[in-house]
Design a protein around this ligand. Structure first.
Ligand SMILES: Nc1ncnc2c1ncn2[C@@H]1O[C@H](COP(=O)(O)OP(=O)(O)O)[C@@H](O)[C@H]1O
Ligand SMILES: [Mg+2]
Length: 268
């Protein structure tokens, strides 16, 4: 893997906070989401406000029921708020039609799910090419080229023709990350992306996310695991559908160092 900041000594790379861009990628203004259940109204989001700037690595944390999934569905344009507004890369989302939202989602967001969501019995390259199928600018040859490049970026240059059932969990999640990257999205949205992985493989994924962060990608990582926040540049804490804390992380831990300090994984 190539180093991104060769002029800096390796030990300093992770802990140095990157200069913040002033480009707003995501803005939520008093976003509320109510669900009517029988006679009752559930207030899943109760007025969420934040801006996310280009190049941030944000963890969104909270216990079960705090509103993480509801918020993620808003951010991913899978659902719309009851009131308030959501701007994705400057575009207001709330009044869009379903098909407009789908288009915006395909162009602007790369998803990484806990369960990988790869097509079974399909090669790594084919899985990664998928988001480009809807993009008329890409010929078949260009699609393949872009998919190979994305797979190389996640360290899978030697597994291009492996099928999803021939790969480990960590490798499948790398394919999913490559698929999220291939469209060059405005934001990468990860939902418990390490939730199905063992500790060692989880840290390998965090190393990868930190590398993407260093390259300037904007990442939002939703998790119930507080440990992960130590590796992001900012942490938003939800409770009962409200933001309880929104704090920058002045001392981002190095996932690579944490990985190196772990005992070697068992073979059996
Ligand atoms: N589709 C829905 N219908 C009714 N209530 C819902 C729905 N989705 C979520 N909720 C409620 O909204 C609250 C937040 O849920 P959720 O966003 O799933 O939290 P989390 O992902 O943090 O566990 C919970 O009280 C949940 O029961
Ligand atoms: Mg949830």
């Amino acid at each position: 893997m190539s180093s991104n900041t060769p002029q800096q000594p390796a030990a300093q790379q992770q802990s140095t906070a990157r200069v913040k861009s002033d480009k707003v990628v995501i803005e939520l203004k008093d976003v509320r989401r109510n669900f009517i259940v029988g006679e009752e109204t559930v207030h899943a989001l109760r007025g969420i406000n934040f801006k996310i700037f280009e190049g941030e690595f944000v963890t969104i944390m909270g216990t079960s029921g705090s509103g993480k999934s509801t918020l993620l569905n808003q951010l991913g344009c899978l659902d719309t708020p009851t009131s308030g507004e959501y701007y994705l890369d400057g575009t207001p989302v709330r009044k869009m039609s379903k098909s407009q939202r789908a288009k915006l989602r395909n162009r602007k967001i790369g998803f990484v799910f806990q369960s990988y969501n790869l097509l079974p019995k399909t090669t790594a390259v084919e899985n990664v090419e998928l988001p480009l199928m809807y993009n008329s600018k890409f010929t078949a040859a260009k699609r393949r080229e872009a998919a190979i490049e994305a797979l190389k970026a996640v360290g899978l240059g030697d597994r291009l023709e492996h099928k999803s059932n021939q790969m480990s969990g960590g490798q499948m999640q790398r394919v999913a990350i490559a698929r999220a990257l291939v469209n060059n999205p405005a934001v990468i949205l990860a939902d418990e992306a390490t939730g199905n992985l063992d500790t060692h493989t989880s840290f390998e994924m965090l190393v990868l996310f930190q590398r993407l962060y260093e390259k300037g990608h904007t990442i939002i990582f939703v998790t119930h695991n507080p440990e992960i926040a130590q590796y992001s540049s900012r942490n938003i804490m939800l409770r009962d559908g409200k933001i309880r804390e929104d704090t920058p992380n002045p001392n981002i831990l190095s996932a690579a160092d944490a990985l190196a300090a772990l005992p070697a994984p068992q073979d059996d």
